[in-house]
Design a protein around this ligand. Structure first.
Ligand code: ATR
Length: 281
């Protein structure tokens, strides 16, 4: 039951009505018997500063931030965590005598991959050079990955992200195309992560971005696309005998990490998963 003592959490975005975060967090609150609720807030572009101030004065405890506010929210916060500052985007805000921003997107990917293999000293090939690639590449290097290759259709964007990574972290990073160069890089890679929307519903019949014949069985392949559950890329990975990490795992762990930032409690992963799978059908 919601009372005057219930703690309020939520997600701000535009659009926000299809967000999968409310069912996941509310299921965890229920399971843990916590007097807390997680609600969607539709916040339009240009209103994010007012939304943060409003949340602060109304005693909201924590918020997730999604499209289109992940970067613009930063100027309205009192403090920003080091990794989020490097990534240049915030997806989680904790209110406690002010607003502090974090980014759990990259962390979600790292924790998902670490269910299968440690990332320390590994060679990681990342497909794409947009916002998601930025979060994942910074975080995986912060967690000790040995080498990262950013492979992108527009090679200039891969080079630009590589330059940001190299100038902020003492890291080994290469930029590559999505053709012959990336095939060579995958041959001796340990981990392959797709951050592009290729194969995402409704385009499930897209040609997979990488085929089985250039993968190998020691590779761990993660697709951040979570709908469909098994993308064309993951099907190819299985054909090659590689291990797969579905996009749902990243989605679950970015939520689990946000939950921990707000409450100090490690949320039950199986409860997040059950709630998510129910929503995805
Ligand atoms: P996100 O925030 O989800 O990362 P984004 O910043 O728009 O989204 O980045 C999308 C990434 O997917 C980009 O790297 C984009 O490549 P370009 O930089 O060449 O545009 C990549 N991408 C999107 N559609 C693609 C396609 N059909 N083939 C190859 N790459 C694609």
């Amino acid at each position: 039951m919601i009372t005057g003592r219930t703690n309020v959490f939520g997600i701000m975005g535009d659009p926000v009505e299809h967000s999968l975060s409310p069912p996941m967090h509310n299921a965890a609150f229920k399971k843990l018997g916590m007097d807390s609720v997680y609600v969607p807030f539709h916040v339009k572009k240009g209103e994010i500063g007012a939304a943060i101030q409003g949340a602060l004065v109304m005693g909201v405890k924590g918020l997730n931030v999604t499209i289109p506010h992940k970067t613009s929210v930063m100027e309205h916060l009192d403090e920003i965590d080091h990794a989020a500052e490097l990534i240049g985007a915030v997806n989680t805000v904790k209110f406690n005598n002010g607003a502090r921003g974090y980014n759990t997107d990259g962390l979600g990917a790292v924790r998902a991959i670490e269910e299968v293999t440690p990332v320390k000293n590994k060679k990681v090939v990342i497909l794409g050079a947009g916002g998601a690639a930025r979060a994942v590449s910074f975080q995986i290097l912060l967690e000790g990955a040995g080498e990262v290759v950013i492979a992108n259709r527009t090679v200039e964007k891969a080079k630009s992200l590589r330059n940001d990574l190299v100038s902020n972290l003492d890291a080994s990073v290469k930029a590559s195309d999505l053709d012959l160069e990336v095939i060579g890089e995958i041959q001796d890679a340990d981990i392959l992560i797709n951050t592009t929307p290729i194969g995402m519903y409704p385009n499930i019949d897209d040609e997979p971005i990488i085929n089985a014949d250039v993968m190998h069985e020691d590779l761990v392949v993660n697709d951040i696309v979570y709908n469909p559950f098994e993308t064309g890329l993951l099907k190819e990975a299985k054909k090659a005998g590689a291990k797969v990490v579905p996009g749902t795992r990243m989605l679950i762990y970015q939520g689990v990490e946000a939950f921990k930032i707000w409450t100090g409690v490690e949320a039950p992963v199986d409860i997040f998963e059950k709630a998510l799978m129910k929503e995805l059908g």
